[in-house]
Design a protein around this ligand. Structure first.
Ligand code: AHQ
Length: 250
């Protein structure tokens, strides 16, 4: 079995830190899912309530798997100082102390768009393609090195604008969505930059060889692909209205 191409780069000199960062950022600039037609429709106010509810319900599966993914990273990271930093991501989603966490804030978003907590918690609207993409993210982080898994979260380099866009667009185009539903996005405006500045510095500092740098770039490309494919599934189901008939008529 041939090794991934980047392992054949041992003799190639590493990228400089600034060129490595430029390569990381270039991935998002071209293929981050803020450019996906479903997000464009949503941010231009062209989604109907059912399409918004479909997006909220399916993204809930991504949200609840984030702490599972981060726990998988903790379980393979041997560095105590890095674990002490990374564990905050689990608290951000599961909650800690008085902060109920991002999963609870996403449940509030669900209620604000007209979905019951039970519908979200029981994954009533979860589409197969979304489940496969999200599970692929968790499995990637379980089966790769901890630095590749951390590098895959760098899609959030491009996330603050995506949250601000929703904070601006939802009240303007979807006044029927209750304001408290936006709490999740508002919280990410500060959490995402904190997470990403730590992770960007770590990946640049720790990926000293060209193979390590190319593996981190491949991890980020993989994550962009899975975020994009989640929205492909939603577009197919909620815009083109093509869904797999439920197996055995369920
Ligand atoms: O709300 C998001 C979030 O908490 C995270 C964690 C991070 C990761 O660990 O991969 N990625 C991420 C993202 C969140 N929101 C997405 C969105 O479109 O609202 C973007 C997504 C990301 O950029 O990876």
């Amino acid at each position: 079995m041939s090794l991934p191409f980047y392992f054949q780069l041992e003799a190639v000199p590493p990228l400089s830190p600034s060129d490595f960062e430029k390569r990381l950022r270039a991935i998002g600039e071209s293929s981050y899912h803020d450019k996906h037609p479903f997000h464009v429709l949503m941010n231009e106010g062209k989604c109907d309530p059912e399409q918004i509810r479909g997006w909220v319900a399916n993204r809930f599966y991504y949200q609840v798997q984030i702490p599972i993914k981060d726990a998988a990273i903790l379980s393979i990271c041997p560095d105590r100082e890095l674990r002490r930093e990374w564990i905050c991501r689990i608290h951000d989603h599961d909650g800690i102390g008085d902060d109920p966490g991002g999963i609870e804030r996403w449940l509030l978003l669900g209620e604000a768009v007209g979905l019951s907590r039970a519908e979200l918690l029981e994954q009533k609207r979860l589409l197969p393609g979304v489940r496969f993409a999200v599970d692929a993210y968790v499995n990637f982080c379980r089966s790769h090195t901890w630095i590749e898994a951390m590098a895959s979260s760098l899609t959030e380099l491009f996330a603050p604008s995506i949250h601000q866009t929703r904070i601006d667009a939802f009240p303007k185009f979807y006044p029927w969505i209750r304001e408290e539903g936006l709490r999740y996005f508002r919280k990410r405006l500060t959490q995402a930059p904190k997470d990403v500045s730590f992770t960007l510095r770590l990946v640049i500092d720790r990926c000293k060889t060209r193979p390590a740098q190319e593996a981190a770039l491949a991890a980020l490309r993989f994550k962009c692909e899975l975020l994009w494919s989640m929205l492909d599934t939603l577009y197919m189901a909620y815009v083109l209205r093509i869904q797999m008939p439920p197996p055995d008529g369920r």
